[in-house]
Design a protein around this ligand. Structure first.
Ligand code: PMT
Length: 397
């Protein structure tokens, strides 16, 4: 994983039990190739030690405005200037109040005030502290000042109470940082993605479906959101969490997917059909569980609507991207499919190497020919696909 390669992140910790999660966050940043500078408040040092954070970030940790290691004694300027992003996790109620009011009485608050880079804070506090009108005022002020507020989440708290105020998990904060640092090649675009399998009932407990896990489509939705698009994900049944900043619409059958897509297509600039859609539905689906004693029941099938075909054929159609999973003759079948559907771009993969897996390999077909995307995690391929779409957009629209 090198998605943050070359990025320079300042990770700030303030006082809160959630500081233990900052160690994992530092590790994720470092593993991803980022240069991580940790700065801790005095209160943070009561929860985890600078030595721990130094070991995990691989760099000395700063805690004091007057640290003699900073050549010109201007830590707040020196440490903030070369950073691509500042993330404060955990951010206590006290620290948010200081930020909202422009106070700068310690190294972390001073460098946040002196910064030129984007700032994101992950609040962590007791539910009553989070709900207090003063904290809500401060959060609103920070948002108005352009600070990204990540979370908080709701759930059990270290103090034994339950409610809003839990810090997001390290992986969620990491994903937000990746999003914040991604090139915004789809800024202002509205992207509609289909993902996962469809399910066509035979009776109330049985149905026809396929082995799509949704991983490829969810990765595409995540990559488009990272690239600054407003993303809606129309999803068949999956066990996956919704990617950050993505609106998700759950459907079950192909006809539901068709309706959900058609209702949104007018407000769409780019349509990416990753779903494995059932070609047929059962006309004589039963309203009760079919009994074994019923003998040999006949299942009568009728074709489902071709969602991608319908979108591509529409008046002022969005830029359409199709997927094709084939078990053989990948190139010939994929090119046929692109022409049949009348779409500018199609991503082809081998079914046996794509369904359900975390990685994949894609070949993109467009008017310029074919472009091979070598085997990689699906999120890496999704980012490459999004970059390819962004390059094609000005020509196509
Ligand atoms: O979900 P994963 O486990 O990560 O697996 C990913 C994947 C293999 C499902 C994905 O990468 C993929 O290849 N999706 C397309 C599957 C396929 O072969 O679809 P198709 O050949 O039936 O359809 C071609 C295109 O038309 C697809 O873009 C499909 O979404 C679309 N289609 C198909 C039928 C239909 N009724 N409506 C459609 O929109």
């Amino acid at each position: 994983m090198t998605e943050l390669a070359g990025k320079r992140i300042l990770l700030g910790l303030t006082g809160g039990i959630a500081a233990y999660k900052a160690g994992e966050l530092a590790r994720l940043f470092v593993r991803s190739g980022a240069d991580v500078q940790v700065v801790m408040t005095r209160a943070a040092c009561g929860f985890v030690t600078p030595a721990t954070m130094q070991a995990l970030s691989g760099k000395p940790v700063y805690t004091d405005m007057w640290d003699g290691r900073i050549p010109n004694n201007m830590g707040h300027i020196e440490l903030s200037r070369d950073r691509d992003l500042i993330v404060v996790a955990p951010a206590s109620a006290d620290f948010m109040a200081k930020l909202a009011n422009g106070l700068a009485d310690d190294l972390l608050s001073a460098l946040c005030l002196a910064r030129r880079s984007p700032l994101a804070v992950a609040p962590a506090m007791n539910v009553e502290m989070w709900n207090h009108p003063a904290t809500q005022r401060n959060a609103a002020q920070l948002r108005a000042d352009g600070v990204a507020i990540l979370g908080p989440a709701s759930g059990d708290q270290a103090c034994g109470e339950t409610g809003m105020g839990r810090m997001l998990e390290a992986a969620e904060i990491y994903a937000e940082a990746v999003r914040a640092l991604s090139p915004k090649v789809l800024e202002g675009k509205r992207v509609l993605v289909t993902a996962g399998p469809t399910y066509e009932p035979i009776d109330t407990v049985r149905g026809i479906t396929n082995q799509s896990s949704g991983k490829m489509g969810y990765a595409v939705a995540q990559a488009a959101a990272e690239a600054g698009a407003q993303v809606t994900l129309v999803s068949g049944r999956t066990a996956l969490p919704t990617p950050a900043a993505v609106e998700r619409v759950d459907v079950v059958t192909a006809r539901e997917m068709h309706d959900a897509v058609m209702a949104r297509v007018k407000r769409t600039d780019v349509f990416i059909a990753v779903a494995a859609v059932a070609d047929y539905h059962v006309v004589n689906a039963r309203g009760q569980k079919i009994k074994r004693s019923a003998g040999n029941p006949k299942i009568e099938l009728a074709p489902n609507p071709d969602i991608l075909g319908a979108v591509a054929a529409g008046k002022s159609a969005p830029f359409c991207v199709g997927f094709a999973a084939e078990t053989e003759n990948l190139k010939a079948y994929a090119q046929d499919k692109r022409h049949q559907k009348g779409i500018p771009l199609l991503a082809a993969n081998l079914a046996q190497e794509a369904f359900g897996r975390d990685d994949n390999a894609l070949t993109l077909f467009d008017d310029a020919g074919e472009h091979v995307l070598a085997r990689a995690p699906k999120i890496v391929l999704a980012r490459q696909l999004v970059a390819h779409i962004a390059r094609m957009l000005p020509k196509a629209r």
